[in-house]
Design a protein around this ligand. Structure first.
Ligand code: 16G
Length: 198
């Protein structure tokens, strides 16, 4: 008989398997963090980094997104239906930071993956919808959530992670290891593929 693992006993609620966030390769990016923090040790014991849950509608997930751009009128039923579509489709790794003291989502970043034929049937990652509540400044939480999904894309085998951002954020993503594409500085990449030895 399958006994539910106590840490993940609400597995059905998650957009993706929370175990994917275990043992990310933080050594790869620790140079960008001072002091060092990780998704498993985010600096405060009341902060929790985890996949989006179906019940996060009631934890202010859409309110946090509205700090990024226009969200519009999204009912709980609309949210749940979109969530189920994302889960059924796969490739949607929306990752959030919860303040467990107040039961609210205070940050989020999305990794979206895409199957390719190029690069020997590679997987590509895209970083989308990065936002951290502006009242939580000074805790490196923006860095934490961006690096968490960046490392998740690496763990999933993406050959690169890319993002589009506004001019003002180019230096920020540069400080996290992303490089601008030649001729389009708002399109930024983090490549994980091995160097061609030839
Ligand atoms: C930023 C976001 C993008 C988001 C867009 C929304 C990152 C890295 N980029 O470019 O994901 O979809 O803003 O702005 O988070 P819009 O409403 O003007 O499309």
């Amino acid at each position: 008989m399958g006994r539910a693992c106590s840490k993940y006993n609400d597995q059905d609620e998650f957009l993706y398997d929370p175990k994917l966030l275990e043992n990310l390769d933080w050594a790869f990016v620790l140079q960008f963090l001072n002091p060092p923090i990780t998704n498993e040790q985010p600096g405060e014991e009341w902060l929790l980094v985890r996949p989006l849950k179906l019940s996060d509608f009631d934890r202010g997930y859409l309110q946090i997104l509205s700090q990024l751009t226009n969200v519009g009128n999204v009912s709980k039923a609309n949210f749940e239906s979109q969530f189920q579509k994302m889960r059924n489709t796969g490739g949607h790794y929306i990752t959030v930071i919860e303040d467990t003291k107040i039961n609210k989502i205070i940050g989020s970043a999305s990794l979206i993956t895409e199957f390719k034929f190029i690069h020997e049937c590679a997987l590509r990652g895209r970083l989308e919808d990065v936002v951290v509540n502006n009242t939580y400044r000074g805790k490196q939480l923006g860095k934490l959530i961006v690096l968490t999904v960046t490392l998740l894309s690496k763990k999933l085998g993406c050959y690169k992670m890319s993002l589009d951002c506004k001019d003002a954020l180019i230096p920020y993503y540069k400080s996290l290891g992303y490089k601008s594409e030649p001729g389009n500085s708002n399109s930024m990449m983090n490549r994980f593929e091995k160097e061609d030895p030839s």
